[in-house]
Design a protein around this ligand. Sequence first.
Ligand code: F6R
Length: 607
Amino acid sequence: MCGIVGYCGPKNVTPILLDGLKRLEYRGYDSAGIAVQTENSIKVVKRTGKIQDLRAIVPANLEGHCGIGHTRWATHGGVTDINAHPHQDSSGKIAVVHNGIIENYTALKASLEKQGFRFASETDSEVLPHLIAYYYQGDLEKAVRQALKQVKGTYGIAVIHSDEPGRIVGARYGSPLVVGVGDGEMLLGSDVTAMIAHTKQVVYLEDGELVSLTKDTYTITDLNDQQVDKQVDEIQWDLEAIEKEGFACFMEKEIFEQPESIARTLSGRLDPEYTTGKLGGLNMTSRELLGIRRIKIVAAGTSWHAGLVGAYLIETLARIPASAELSSELRYRNSVVEPDTIYFAVTQSGETADTLYAMRELKRKGARVLGICNVVGSTIARESDGGVYTHAGPEIAVASTKAFTSQLAVFYVFALLMARMRDMSVSAGQRFVKELQGIPEKVREVLKQRDHIQALAKKYYKVRDFLFLGRGLEYPVALEGALKLKEISYIHAEGYSAGEIKHGPIALVNEDTPSVFLVPQDSLRDKVLSNIKEIKARKGPIIAVCTEGDAEVAAIADDIIPVPQVDELFYPFILIIPLQLFAYFCALELGRDVDQPRNLAKSVTVE
Ligand code: F6R
């Protein structure tokens, strides 16, 4: 979704803003702009399209030492140059960039218009510069504070005024904002990727906080002007983590990084002595863990698919009833919260509005909510009662890949921990630990199928509809495979339980609709084989992802992707890899923008 960057310091701000926006591209956007403080005025350059389109129209002589920039993902008002941010007040002295939605903007706009303020755009955001101008009496921080008291909705904002050179005022409510503390320079960003090239020292703002920064200072206050003391955190990863390192795009890099990212997630979390899992961040004693009677998982998209695998695994291994629900559904359902239930909010970004609000609603009812997050310091990570960081490293491609397998890894560790407190034996725990430790290597083996999967993509990329089918633990993997294909290649794909297909979707099957079957050597393999035969009898082409050496499946399928044998509980790790690669190569054949697919955003901070 929208991104913000701001800079105050000795360097020329223009390239810093443009580079920061480039790093925010992954969030998804349709227009971009910058505002630079020059001597006594503010120059705004903005347009629809990509950062390189913006770069092309920025005058070579646009220089300054303080400015703000924005990538916009349209919500209110179409994708036009005028609707792009920064927005200005009528005098042109104030410039504002805004993430979030101002819910009462219609009323605010009507009242400002009555007082003579003239609006240029169709956006909700434009009320902010006018409202700030209305209150401005020589103190930008004060005017922003007064304006925000009138606003209902969500915001992360950065504001500059031509009469206050070298100052940026920022504020957050429901949309993240981070201060980057440099040496003689300060930055502001909607996430740390915008500033990692300049500093690793950051301060995360909370809802209701406002920051005023100059090149040497930052002051954080609340909306009542009370000073807030905050700790400075250090970002634990380097610039290289968000660069492509020779891969064609971030998605390819992130797919191939999975042996390492899964190993990172597992690192220090398996206890060989007691053959169990170690998750200190849960902030729960063994006695408390023993008291859990039910586990509920809330998440969206790919994270929900990981949650479905997690619920299956926890129930199977630990014999604790577990389920996974879409956060957008849970939030508005008057769900029952019981004291011996724990909740997991699973999220790569830690900022997904649906999951955040579902979590807040659960907490309001007294639930204990633990986070499984990738982004350190994200809102969900900070607001949860405890949790686990996945440590997959920054995921830049919009389509989630390595975050998914790392979320799986966390659930495997947690299921082991719970199972070993109940009826899993020491030796079964030992086998489980060994198998889990071996997963990164097995994933590496699957990745060697790259060329074969690319050849399959070349054969099938013109197909209009696909079915992805699996049962048991493979059902969520089928959902995830279908999601990957549709979001980056725009080919229609349905993920279904293979057992459910005869209850309706089989009507779609014909010689032009291939089915991708997940059919490893597990206890449901024969059932899935029967499902394959049902499709085959109706002339549906079959691509089977199966265990190496399964001659029976190979004989019936049109194409196979063989994967190494693992214990049957561990196939989700192994089976998702070919599906990620298949989606990637189909998208490549179709010339899609793999890292930034149309209409999608990395961090979905609106409902
Ligand atoms: C799919 C994808 C989305 C996200 C979903 C939740 O590739 O990326 O479906 O999984 O928007 O995002 P997080 O995990 O950040 O809460």
